[in-house]
Design a protein around this ligand. Structure first.
Ligand code: KG4
Ligand code: ZN
Length: 341
């Protein structure tokens, strides 16, 4: 088969993204990967506002596609297929992407496939490192936290995940509790560098329970109590207190993720542990996971950060994996707010 060039579209959360991926016998090559963020639009609201996100996606998707094509040095004629996130996610944004994909498919007569956003994350190690099935994927982001055994392009087994908050959400809430900036992950990590991870005895939720499920909302509540205790006893927080709370929180998070990952590796005997999602950027968490992988004699894979976080190159790739197995979607393709793998 000759090279196949796929246009990918992603608009399921707060990033509007378009990418062009060329796949041939030498493997995939990312010709363009455009991500237009919306952090500024949601900044004053303490989280992503669905209505604002949907409108911004509708406004920005065309521009993302134009830029991606320009960067790839192509026009629509040079595209062989269109892949679009069809869920799960904020329905308004997903609909905007699916509508654009249908319009492009109708106008060009090119095939279109809908992609599960989580499959996009889960298949990224194949895009970046050509890793073979099976492998274990830990997806940790602002909205997701789950272990997946990936056995095929459309064969995922969920081994467990958070039963409440996602880790990124917990980082963001802790930052908010301490009056730090959003998104909280990078800020809490920076604070933690100067902190004592043993000063506050925070819980390691669900470690005593078998299996790979996790819980992080109690950890956040424990941080709130530590903060309030200090405010009550000394009238406020010193910089060192903040750093110590961040370090203690991050250590608890690292312990839970490492132990649950150890179990998931043991359970599956997977030869590779791959991580994805914005939280996978955290150096302390990463180091803990890498150590667990080494002990289990599994290869550790962490794709570059811009492919760990939301992007359309992963959607184009997951779409290609479906296309080459003969999958096609038609104009009945629906946007799905919920869509478990
Ligand atoms: O994957 P992502 O970009 O978006 C989705 O959630 O889909 O992940 C964003 C999340 C945010 O909650 C952010 O605080 C967190 O990832 N994050 C981090 C770090 N960098 C980003 N969490 C911990 N440590 C970091 N260095
Ligand atoms: Zn995502």
């Amino acid at each position: 088969a000759g090279p196949v060039t796929v246009l990918g579209l992603e608009s399921s959360c707060d990033d509007t993204a378009a990418a062009v991926l060329r796949c041939d016998d030498d493997g995939p090559q990312i010709l363009a990967n455009i991500v237009l963020g919306q952090t500024d639009l949601h900044a004053g609201f303490g989280g992503v506002v669905p209505e604002i996100a949907a409108r911004a996606h509708a406004e920005k998707l065309d521009m993302a596609v134009e830029r991606a094509l320009a960067e790839a040095g192509l026009t629509l004629d040079g595209i062989d297929a269109i892949a679009v996130t069809a869920g799960p996610g904020l329905i308004g944004g997903v609909m905007a992407g699916v509508m654009l994909a249908k319009g492009l498919a109708a106008a060009t007569g090119k095939p279109m496939v809908g992609v599960n956003h989580l499959a996009g994350h889960a298949l990224t190690p194949r895009l970046t490192d050509g890793v073979a099935f099976p492998y274990l994927m830990l997806l940790v982001s602002g909205g997701h936290c789950q272990f997946l055994l990936v056995e095929g392009a459309e064969r995922f087994t969920r081994l467990g995940g958070t039963i409440d908050d996602a880790p990124g959400e917990a980082f963001d809430k802790v930052a908010k509790l301490l009056g730090l900036a959003q998104p909280g992950g990078p800020v809490v990590e920076a604070e933690a560098r100067a902190g004592d991870p043993t000063r506050f005895k925070l819980p390691r939720p669900l470690l005593d329970r078998a299996g790979c499920d996790m819980s992080f909302s109690g950890l956040k509540t424990a941080v709130l109590r530590s903060r309030d205790g200090l405010v009550a006893s000394q009238g406020g927080l010193y910089a060192q207190d903040r750093a110590d709370i961040c370090a203690s929180f991050q250590a608890a998070m690292a312990d839970v993720l490492a132990e649950k990952t150890r179990r998931a590796l043991e359970l599956t005997g997977a030869p590779v542990l791959a991580v994805a999602g914005g939280v996978a950027a955290n150096q302390t968490l990463r180091a803990g996971l890498e150590q667990v992988a080494n002990r289990a004699k599994a290869r550790f894979l962490a794709p570059p950060l811009n492919l760990c976080t939301d992007n359309a190159a992963m959607i184009a790739w997951a779409g290609f994996e479906r296309l080459r197995r003969g999958a096609r979607d038609d104009m009945t393709l629906a946007a799905r707010p919920r869509w478990p793998l």
